[in-house]
Design a protein around this ligand. Structure first.
Ligand SMILES: Cc1cc2nc3c(=O)[nH]c(=O)nc-3n(C[C@H](O)[C@H](O)[C@H](O)COP(=O)(O)OP(=O)(O)OC[C@H]3O[C@@H](n4cnc5c(N)ncnc54)[C@H](O)[C@@H]3O)c2cc1C
Length: 490
């Protein structure tokens, strides 16, 4: 029978554990059956129950416990951290769930709470990340932003004239992404570079995608001019909105980025969770929610395989659809809005290669529709050393949830070789492929409407529930998720 592990006070990360970083000294909680006695009910009475122990749940938990509240953090997985975990192989190799470096938020109180634990000799501190991109068969090592200079001369000249002449507002006043990108960047850049990139990445037509969807892939701006010319043109607000700096070294402000010198990003999650437990928070892992009680439009308890957990308030960081189903509220919704939102599956292809990469980039985005992969993170370039002399890389790709085609590690290595990232003779010394179900949004116009209807339905009918996290569907980046929570709870 599966058990729920409950963590409180003792919280000892074990970096050598198999499969996952976040394994701790445990107090095993055996599921109870039947009536709970009064003492048990008291011990499972919380001010706040948070569902989902990804970064959204952890940050909400930290903010609540520091206000002195009694908090339970509940997750169905065996370890906490969600996409911020680190996968550890039985041999002790570390792989993250994508490119997940830490970046300060620029709010002193929040940065202290979250990053004090990484401001030490065990972590690298970066002023900027060496990021690049691949497009039109070319690896650009200077910037992650699409570079128009790779176009044929006639196309390039036309594209730059159109870009300079475009007078559109970059963010507002459009019905679809295709309309927005054409108006802001001109037809040539849209047709030649931006449309193929967004359609590759979202598996959807740009005519169906909602405005600003391209921001999820850092496609807010393009490059097109020399270093000096770009600086001059960016002084014009209209061009500043659509033109990126010539290099990833410029325009970074004073924000610091962090990555551990050894191991993976999951160590950060371990630090945050130990703070949470030290302040009295309780963590329920491997804990399945089987139902919930609602009284006078308030969720009063969660029914779980660890018993009934009572709450004053509920923080929900997983799919709103699941809350609608558990409370039968989905029956109130029109048919289209009662469905799960459309999220793609993410593939994480963890590779160890016997040769050093040919690039010094920390990561690059691949916008070229010829290749399945979207991004590669090169750990030895970030950490400055290898684990046992081999070079680890995590490659991300996407597929539709219903697609049964498998992505193979050997095909992905061949793509990296073809893109000039590893030498021809490279061989795999280790690989592991993970598929994360429904993890990347496809923000079509219909998705946005459906998401809004679901969120409104919950807000109107459940008065003690707060919705946060990526799964809510209207925010995606980790720091946006964190800021949203911080601004609501402080
Ligand atoms: C492939 C990929 C690449 C990304 N790259 C970047 C990037 O470069 N930069 C960036 O800022 N952001 C990136 N993100 C987004 C970033 O990962 C998220 O913003 C952040 O991790 C979201 O945290 P979360 O807590 O909302 O969700 P998650 O990390 O998904 O955590 C959700 C938690 O809920 C738990 N859970 C799920 N179902 C249940 C259930 N029924 N009951 C209980 N618990 C449940 C899960 O086990 C998990 O622990 C990326 C995301 C993906 C998918």
């Amino acid at each position: 029978m599966p058990f729920t592990a409950v963590f409180s006070l003792t919280y000892q990360p074990n970096d050598k554990s198999n499969q996952c970083l976040n394994v701790f000294t445990t107090e095993i909680f055996t599921p109870t059956s039947g009536e709970q006695d009064e003492e048990t009910a008291m011990s499972t009475q919380y001010d706040e129950i948070i569902v989902g122990a990804g970064i959204a749940g952890i940050v909400a938990g930290l903010l609540h416990v520091r206000q002195g509240k009694k908090v339970a953090l509940v997750d169905s997985a065996e370890s906490a951290g969600g996409l911020m975990r680190t996968y550890i192989t039985p041999e002790g190799k570390h792989f993250d769930y994508g490119t997940h470096l830490l970046s300060e938020l620029g709010i002193a109180d929040l940065d202290k709470l979250l990053f004090e634990c990484v401001r030490n000799d065990s972590w690298h501190e970066f002023d900027y990340l060496k990021s690049g991109h691949f497009i039109h068969k070319t690896l650009c090592e200077r910037s992650p932003v699409v570079d128009a200079t790779i176009l044929k001369e006639a196309d390039y000249l036309r594209a730059m004239v159109e870009l300079v002449e475009a007078t559109a507002n970059p963010r507002d006043g459009y019905d679809t992404l295709s309309q927005q990108l054409t108006k802001c960047f001109g037809d040539t850049l849209y047709q030649e570079l931006l449309k193929p990139a967004v359609e590759k990445l979202f598996f959807a037509s740009a005519d169906d995608l909602a405005t600003n969807s391209h921001l999820l892939y850092g496609l807010a701006r393009v490059q097109g001019f020399s270093e000096q010319t770009t600086r001059i043109l960016k002084q014009l607000p209209k061009l500043n909105d659509v033109l990126a700096f010539h290099s990833h070294k410029e325009g970074n402000g004073a924000i610091k980025r962090y990555y551990p010198k050894q191991g993976g990003i999951g160590q950060w999650v371990d630090h945050l969770l130990s703070q949470f437990c030290e302040h009295g928070g309780k963590l329920y892992l491997n804990c399945k929610i089987t139902g919930m009680s609602v009284h006078e439009q308030k969720v009063t308890s969660l029914h779980t395989d660890a018993g009934e957990l009572y709450c004053q308030k509920l923080t929900w960081t997983i799919a709103p659809f699941m809350l609608l189903q558990s409370t039968n509220l989905h029956a109130l919704l029109p048919e289209f809005a009662a469905n799960q939102l459309n999220f793609l599956d993410s593939w994480l292809v963890h590779l160890e290669v016997d040769r050093a990469p040919l690039t010094s980039l920390h990561y690059y985005n691949n916008f070229d529709p010829q290749y399945a992969h979207f991004r590669s993170t090169l750990y030895s370039n970030m950490q400055g050393e290898t684990e046992n002399g081999a070079h680890r890389v995590t490659v991300e790709a996407f597929s539709k949830h219903a697609d049964t085609t498998q992505i193979s590690a050997t095909d992905i290595l061949q793509e990296l070789i073809d893109c000039g990232v590893f030498p021809q003779e490279s061989q795999l010394t280790y690989h592991h492929v993970d598929r994360i179900s429904r993890s990347f949004p496809v923000p079509t116009v219909a998705f946005r409407q459906q998401q809004q209807v679901q969120v409104n339905c919950i807000r109107e009918n459940l008065k003690n529930v707060s919705l946060y996290g990526k799964a809510r569907g209207d925010i995606f980046f980790m720091n946006d998720v964190i800021l949203d929570i911080y601004q609501s709870l402080t």
